[in-house]
Write a protein that binds this ligand. Structure first.
Ligand code: ADP
Length: 179
């Protein structure tokens, strides 16, 4: 993977990459956590774009694991990719698959838009209750597999809000070989 995956400690909303990924909820109309921070700092253009997507593509809301792309408004990034993580223990054992889908579908959408740098938060590990150690295994395996095929993606940042979350990721990640 030659250094394409980088771990960061900090605020996702400040990342100057092609797109930051939002841990949204199905409504796409904003929420708490990282979602709230993105809408607060990015301004109303993001919400307007999300409302448009609800009207045109997903009137019932965005299904878990799917991803859509909008402007990033006033943020340093160019776009926001919104994906809905699984709520832990509410998907009958499909949680890991759904979490992997979030990362895969965000990368796929970025690829379709010719984006080459992305920053992810630790999707589902906040209010949605996904244990950070289990998420680390799923995320590292998924990214490794996806980036082997997706050679146009030059940088994927994993942005952690607290040192402890980053440490947990490092302890439990399953990257093999060169990262
Ligand atoms: P979810 O509902 O998917 O669990 P949350 O927003 O509650 O989403 O939390 C996801 C992760 O994002 C948590 O680990 C939380 O600590 C982290 N987080 C919250 N705000 C930020 C931010 N501004 N930058 C980076 N990470 C953040």
């Amino acid at each position: 993977m030659a250094g394409r995956i980088r771990l960061y400690l900090g605020d996702l909303t400040e990342q100057a990459v092609d797109a930051i990924v939002n841990a949204a909820n199905a409504s796409l109309l904003g929420g708490g956590g990282v979602d709230g921070a993105i809408h607060r700092r990015g301004g109303p253009a993001i919400l307007e774009a999300c409302q448009q997507i609800r009207r045109t593509h997903w009137p019932e809301g965005l299904p878990t694991g799917e991803a859509v792309i909008t402007t990033a408004g006033q943020l340093a990034a160019r776009f926001v990719i919104h994906t809905v993580g699984p709520i832990y223990r509410e998907h009958g054992g499909q949680e890991a698959q759904l979490l992997a889908n979030c990362y895969r579908n965000a990368l796929h959408l970025a690829n379709q838009h010719a984006l080459t740098s992305l920053a992810f938060p630790a999707i589902s590990t906040g209010v949605y209750g996904y244990p950070a150690n289990e998420a680390a295994e799923v995320v590292s395996r998924t990214l490794q597999e996806s980036l082997l095929r997706d050679t146009s993606m030059t940088e994927v940042r994993l942005v952690f809000f607290a040192q402890q979350q980053l440490d947990t990721f490092l302890r439990h990640q399953k990257f093999t070989g060169q990262k």
